[in-house]
Design a protein around this ligand. Structure first.
Ligand SMILES: Cc1cc2nc3c(=O)[nH]c(=O)nc-3n(C[C@H](O)[C@H](O)[C@H](O)COP(=O)(O)OP(=O)(O)OC[C@H]3O[C@@H](n4cnc5c(N)ncnc54)[C@H](O)[C@@H]3O)c2cc1C
Length: 352
């Protein structure tokens, strides 16, 4: 039985593959245009539609582009009901759903609500003002386009821009800031940089698939906030010498065949084939600045009303992880998914 909300419009034929793109006339003026079709962006468009507004989304990649680029075999930290949006149940046979299940779920939700998602169109800049915004896009073939909207919700996430180390050799093709699949690294010497969840998970998975793994972290041990089921696993591998670890240490240079570290015992040169620098990511502050959004404090918190999520730019709302600036570990899918409702409520009082 489908426990779908009564106010959602079911598709005429649930097996029909929806035509997401360009449902509306090219010169349509949307009540709300959502920039970024991640879980938060989808929730924003759904809640706006449920409140009776016309909405569309634009994404530089596919629907849930960030999740699509997460490690292929990953399992979420969160149980599936905490990833639900639009009041659509997310059933999973697993305690924690996989990336594939989440992608399937968000595709189904987008189809169910017949969301108008303009995929593979990067937003470059916004002109106009509250009530009449023009959103300028560039597609995969460098063709420009313009979308029109009365209000904007920006939910561009943080996963596109890695925190760089700014060290010699970081630009080498063997240095990755995104971990995907362990298979290509079988039998090779790998350095994983970092001490949080992503570093621990990739180090463990690489080691379990036959790579020789060294973990390098500037902290004094695996970070205390690493998930309780991952932390003992990585600590025991390190204790047993199965994964070598250098703490209080920094990578100072990467060459085609080696990684050079500064450790408490002096400089160490490690033989190396590939590096995974799991040093975190940050929102595209330049894009937000370009929209006119202002920031406060060292964490670059974007200025926005916590009740409505409207930024200092009238008519531009912020949603999802970007609301926390560079504190990217404060807003997840779990809590960012409710931002859509706040914005829809604000639209109801402004546009009616
Ligand atoms: C490995 C990993 C595991 C995680 N596990 C969990 C978990 O278990 N539970 C949980 O709650 N959270 C988890 N998170 C965090 C969570 O995935 C993010 O906080 C969440 O995706 C943020 O949602 P969002 O919609 O704000 O941004 P995103 O999901 O990042 O979506 C942003 C979208 O904006 C698009 N975009 C960016 N710039 C532009 C532009 N200029 N023009 C057009 N489109 C643009 C991107 O392509 C992307 O599709 C995890 C994160 C990682 C990295």
């Amino acid at each position: 039985m489908n426990d779908y909300p009564a106010d959602a419009l079911p598709p005429e034929d649930p097996h029909t593959i929806p035509e997401l793109d360009g449902k509306s006339a090219p010169d349509s003026v949307f009540d709300l245009l959502v920039v970024g079709a991640g879980p938060t962006g989808l929730a924003c468009a759904i809640e706006a539609q449920k409140s009776g507004f016309s909405a569309a989304l634009v994404d530089k990649g596919c629907v849930c582009n960030s999740l699509y680029h997460y490690p292929s075999h990953m399992t979420f930290f969160t149980t599936s009901e905490l990833l639900e949006i639009g009041d659509i149940p997310f059933p999973s046979p697993n305690a924690k759903p996989s990336r594939n299940e989440a992608l399937e779920y968000y595709r189904q939700v987008a189809a169910f609500y017949k969301l108008d998602v303009r995929q593979y169109q990067r937003v470059e800049c916004v002109t106009g003002a509250d009530g009449a915004f023009d959103v300028h896009t560039i597609d995969r073939f460098d063709r420009s386009g313009v979308l029109h909207a009365r209000k904007l919700a920006i939910s561009t996430g943080y996963y596109d821009l890695a925190n760089l180390m700014h060290i010699p050799g970081e630009e080498l093709s063997k240095v990755n800031h995104y971990y995907d699949d362990p298979h290509p690294y079988f039998g090779l010497d790998i350095v994983v940089i970092g001490g949080k969840n992503s570093a621990a998970i990739s180090a463990l998975e690489l080691w379990r698939h036959g790579a020789r793994v060294t973990l390098v972290y500037r902290g004094d041990g695996v970070q205390p906030h690493v998930k309780y089921w991952i932390k003992p696993d990585i600590e025991n591998r390190i204790k047993n010498g199965e994964i070598k670890a250098y703490f209080h240490s920094n990578v100072v240079e990467i060459t085609p065949d080696a990684v050079i570290l500064e450790t408490p015992d002096g400089q160490v040169t490690l033989k190396n084939d590939f590096v995974f620098a799991m040093t975190g990511y940050h929102p595209d502050f330049a894009l937000l600045e370009n929209f006119g959004v202002e920031f406060s404090g060292p964490d670059k918190l974007p200025v926005c009303d916590p009740r409505t999520l409207e930024s200092n730019v009238p008519g531009i709302y912020l949603a999802g992880v970007i609301v926390a600036g560079s504190r990217t570990n404060e807003i997840f899918i779990e809590n960012g998914r409710f931002h859509g409702r706040q914005i829809a409520q604000a639209l109801t009082s402004k546009l009616r």
